[in-house]
Design a protein around this ligand. Structure first.
Ligand code: DI6
Ligand code: FE
Length: 428
């Protein structure tokens, strides 16, 4: 079916004084709430009041009186899902790493390039050299690309400044995205991403310095969570623990780039600090899985980095499923290991590469992604939740996980308001 012809403007305007109440009717709803697979409602309706969902259910069950007050849109059977949540990105940086891509094609490994001072550190140099406006403009273009596919919440990490001033500039650029674009941004401080050149050979001194930046970032309202890269080319578990201890002291939640290239037992460490998520996890051990289950930590799987680095070791999806650890999916957008700007493509990759079911993949970019950010007010379509949702040219979300290299998002609603930049995209 094609819903591209669905009216872009409400088919019946609101009466004066009722402008904040909107009724979206005759949608196929994947609510991801309740016990039904997909939280499915075949002929559904949403009543939106201001920025919130006031009512969700079968169209035939709409409460009496709703019709009269509401501005109304007939979706003619189009699919509606919660707005997508990209809960792991490194969106703010300068430059690109297309040259490194060529080097890797000629045989150099990601680790070799990193150890030779390229990799993350080359992006650090380009980031430090970029103006505030250039950092913002690059991140805004990338955010817009994600938003065009129905993304309504994006987590953005620092980690390419690696000096107090530059880390703060990157976090401030991320905050500016939320002021200038219709999207919710959650920021994460990732100063423990790589060792900056001025601290070469002195990782402990760098960590001791970097942890002192957190209090200022927090008091300036720049940071919502704290992350670290615990791996052979990142930081040790002991160094990671010092970062987490300061985060805990400041009341900031933690998450971790864990077991991406090797097993450092990072997931168990993060779980001890009640981490929101552990991310990557290709080398996760049964011990790490048990610790994550115990602490309620989300497993954030990143198929873009797995694909782009041509990894062969798969994250232990069957064991995570068996243990009941919630799995989330994100782009991990970054210039080195995952220059992906499509969360919709990640749905397909999560199924094809990691063998998630389409429903697991979808829950991974909605309800479980929201949980990975500690956000209980989004990721499902339920009364009381934020009115963040996407309208798709599809009858069922499995179709969206099945195709790849396309964008079937037709309309995007953020906090109750339709995003005209998505609605107005001209389609064949
Ligand atoms: N793991 C990743 O996949 C990104 N950071 C990290 O710790 C990659 C960052 C980069 O290569 O620029
Ligand atoms: Fe990452």
């Amino acid at each position: 079916m094609s819903t591209a012809a669905a009216p872009a403007a409400p088919s019946r305007p609101a009466p004066p004084g009722a402008a904040t109440r909107r009724l979206w009717r005759h949608a196929r709803l994947a609510t991801f709430a309740g016990a039904q697979p997909w939280g499915w409602i075949e002929d559904g309706a949403l009543v939106i009041e201001g920025a919130r969902i006031a009512w969700v259910g079968a169209d035939g069950d709409l409460p009496a009186g709703t019709h009269a007050a509401a501005e109304e849109v007939d979706l003619q059977g189009a699919l509606v899902t919660p707005g997508l949540v990209d809960a792991h990105t490194h969106l703010v940086y300068g430059g690109d790493r297309a040259g490194e891509f060529e080097q890797r094609l000629q045989g150099a490994s990601y680790e070799e390039i990193a150890r030779a001072g390229g990799g993350i550190r080359s992006t650090v140099a380009a980031t430090r050299a970029a103006s505030d406006d250039a950092l913002f403009a690059g991140a805004a273009r990338r955010a817009r690309a994600l938003m065009a596919e129905g993304v309504t919440t994006i987590e953005v990490k620092s980690g390419y400044g690696l000096a107090e001033e530059h880390e703060a500039r990157c976090l401030a650029a991320a905050r500016r995205l939320a002021r200038e674009l219709p999207v919710c941004i959650r920021t994460t401080s990732l100063a423990a991403h790589a060792l900056p050149p001025e601290y070469a050979g002195r990782p402990d001194e760098y960590i001791d310095t970097a942890v002192t930046w957190l209090a200022g970032q927090r008091s300036r309202g720049l940071v919502d969570a704290v992350d670290a890269f615990c791996d052979t080319i990142g930081f040790t578990p002991a160094q990671t623990e010092r970062v987490f201890a300061e985060a805990k002291r400041l009341g900031l939640p933690v998450k971790l780039h864990a077991e991406q290239l090797s097993d450092q037992d990072g997931a168990a460490l993060a779980a001890r600090f009640g981490a929101l998520s552990c991310d990557h996890l290709e080398h996760l051990s049964p011990r790490g899985i048990a610790a994550m289950k115990e602490s309620g930590t989300v497993a954030m799987l990143l198929p873009g980095a797995f694909y782009f680095l041509r990894e062969t070791k798969l994250p232990p999806v069957a064991a995570l499923r068996e243990a009941g650890v919630p799995m989330a999916i994100a782009t991990d957008h970054n210039p080195g290991s995952s220059p992906a700007l499509s969360l919709v493509l990640m749905l397909n990759m999560a199924c094809t590469l990691f063998r998630l079911t389409p429903e697991e993949a979808w829950r991974g970019v909605t309800v479980h992604a929201a949980r990975a950010l500690g956000l209980a007010d989004r990721g499902t379509l339920e009364a009381g939740q934020r009115a963040d949702f996407a309208v798709w040219d599809a009858e069922h979300p499995r179709e969206i996980a099945y195709r790849f290299g396309h964008n079937p998002c037709r309309r995007r609603v953020f906090g109750g308001d339709e995003d005209p930049a998505v609605t107005s995209i001209v389609r064949p």
